[in-house]
Design a protein around this ligand. Structure first.
Ligand code: NAD
Ligand code: DAU
Length: 361
C-alpha cells in the first residue's frame, strides 16, 4: 500500500485534498497528516476520515527536524505532498518573519528529511519516491489589465509580498534539490482556490460570513484587482494527477481560466446568498450592495493574476471541471449548512484579528 505524507493537511486545501484522496482511493492508500495546527489548522475539516485505519494525524512542526526525521524513519513514505505554510498575504505584510520560518525553513526541513530517507548510497533515489511542493501563482508577480497576458511556467519570478517572496524562495529550494541531487520532485503553482473549509480571512469565506451577519464587506482599493478562481477539489485532482502522470522535475501551473474582479465576486456572493436564503430568514433582510465598503488598498497589492494551464492540459489531461457559477453555489450552500464550523473558527482570537486588521481602514 502506498503511503502519503501530507503536510498542512488540517488547512483548507490540505483537508480537501485528503478528503478527495480517500474518496478516490479508499483503502488503497495510507495517509499520514502532519500539521502543527496554527490558527488555520482545523481537525474538524477531517471529521469524515479521522476514524479510518489508513489515516494518521501527527501534530508536528515542519521546522522541527527531529520530529520530521522520526516520521520518515518510522514509516516507509512513498509520496510527500507539501501544503504546510503560512498562506495569508495580509498577515505576511504585518508579520513577515513567521512566513520565512515556516515557508522557507520548513520546506528545507521537509526536503532534507525526504532526501535522507530516500537517497541510496550511490546518490540516486529509491524507485517510485516523489515529493510534490504545492505553490502559488503569486511567485510570478502581477499582470496588467491586458486580457491576453498570462502566467506560464517560463514566466520569470517576481514576487511582491512577503508571502509570495517566501513561497518563491521555497520553490527555488525545491528547484535546487532537483538540479543538484536529481531529487524526485514536482512543483505546482496554482491560482486562488475557493470551496469548503476555507478560513474566513480570505475574500470569499470572509464576505459570506460578514454578509450573513449584516456586517460591512471590505473591498480593497478600487475593487478591480483580478484573481483567477479555482474550485478546491479541482486543485486536489490536479495535484494527484501531477504525481500520477507528470514528468518528474517539472513545474505545472494550475488555474481555473476564471478571472474575476474582486468587486464582481462580492456582488455574486450577495446575489447568491439572496437566492439561497428563504424569505423568512432574518439574515436575508440585511443583504444588499449597501454592505460593500471600499477601504484603503492592500500594500503592494498585485493587480491581476491569470494562469494559462496549457502545459498541465497537454501533458496530463487535467482541466478545471467546476464552472464558477456551479462552484460558488456549492460553496455558499456548504457555508450555509455548516454554520457551526464557521462559529467555531470565528470565535475567540479570530475576532480580535479582524478588529486589528480592519478597524482603521
Ligand atoms: P491554510 O492556511 O488554510 O493551511 C495551512 C496549514 O498548514 C494549516 O493547517 C496550518 O496549521 C499548517 N501549518 C502552518 N505552519 C505549519 C508548520 N510550521 N508545521 C506544520 N504545519 C503548519 O493554507 P491553504 O490555503 O490550504 O494553502 C495550502 C498551500 O497551498 C500553501 O502552501 C499555499 O501557499 C498554497 N496555495 C494556496 C492557494 C489558496 O488559494 N489558498 C493557492 C495556491 C497555493
Ligand atoms: O493566487 C493564489 C493565492 O491566493 C494563494 O497563494 C494565497 O495563499 C491565497 O491566500 C490567495 O491570495 P490572495 O491575496 O489573492 O487572496 P485573498 O482572499 O486574501 O484576496 C483575494 C483578493 O481580494 C485580493 O485582491 C485582495 C482582495 N480582498 C481580500 C480580502 C480578504 C478584499 O478586497 N477584501 C478583503 O477583505
Amino acid at each position: 500500500m502506498r503511503t502519503y505524507l501530507v503536510t498542512g493537511g488540517a488547512g483548507f486545501i490540505g483537508s480537501n485534498y485528503i478528503n478527495y484522496m480517500f474518496k478516490k482511493y479508499d483503502n488503497e492508500i495510507r495517509i499520514i497528516n502532519v500539521d502543527v495546527l496554527t490558527y488555520a489548522g482545523n481537525l474538524e475539516n477531517l471529521r469524515d476520515v479521522e476514524d479510518r485505519d489508513n489515516y494518521t494525524f501527527i501534530r508536528a512542526d515542519i521546522c522541527d527536524r527531529d520530529a520530521i526525521n522520526k516520521i520518515f524513519e518510522e514509516n516507509d513514505i512513498d509520496r510527500v505532498v507539501h501544503f504546510a505554510a503560512e498562506s495569508h498575504v495580509d498577515r505576511s505584510i504585518v508579520n513577515p518573519e513567521v512566513f520565512v520560518q515556516t515557508n522557507v525553513l520548513g520546506t528545507a526541513t521537509m526536503l532534507n528529511a525526504a532526501k535522507k530517507a530516500w537517497e541510496l548510497p550511490d546518490g540516486s533515489f529509491k524507485e517510485g519516491k516523489k515529493f510534490l511542493h504545492v505553490s502559488t501563482d503569486e511567485v510570478y508577480g502581477s499582470l496588467d489589465d491586458d486580457p491576453n497576458a498570462y502566467f506560464y511556467e517560463t514566466t520569470p519570478y517576481a514576487p511582491h509580498s512577503p508571502y509570495s517572496a517566501s513561497k518563491a524562495s521555497s520553490d527555488m529550494l525545491v528547484k535546487a534539490y532537483m538540479d543538484t541531487y536529481k531529487f524526485p520532485a514536482n512543483i505546482t503553482n496554482c491560482s486562488n482556490n475557493y470551496g469548503p473549509y476555507q478560513f474566513p480571512e480570505k475574500l470569499i469565506p470572509l464576505h459570506i460570513h460578514n454578509a450573513l451577519a449584516g456586517k460591512e464587506l471590505p473591498v480593497y482599493g478600487d475593487g478591480k484587482n483580478v484573481r483567477d478562481w479555482l474550485y478546491v477539489e479541482d486543485h486536489a485532482k490536479a495535484i494527484d494527477m501531477v504525481q500520477e502522470k507528470g514528468r518528474l522535475f517539472e513545474t505545472y501551473n494550475v488555474g481555473g481560466h476564471n478571472e474575476k474582479q474582486n468587486i464582481e465576486i462580492v456582488k455574486i456572493i450577495i446575489d447568491t446568498l439572496k437566492e439561497e436564503l428563504d424569505d423568512s430568514d432574518p439574515r436575508k433582510a440585511n443583504l444588499s450592495y449597501d454592505l460593500i465598503k471600499y477601504i484603503s488598498d492592500r500594500k503592494g497589492h498585485d493587480r491581476r493574476y491569470a494562469i494559462a494551464p496549457d502545459k498541465i492540459k497537454a501533458e496530463i489531461g487535467w482541466e478545471p471541471e467546476t464552472m464558477f457559477a456551479e462552484g460558488i453555489k456549492k460553496t455558499i450552500k456548504w457555508y450555509l449548512n455548516n454554520t457551526e464550523w464557521m462559529e467555531h473558527v470565528t470565535s475567540g482570537d479570530y475576532e480580535k484579528y479582524y478588529e486589528k486588521m480592519y478597524s482603521n481602514r
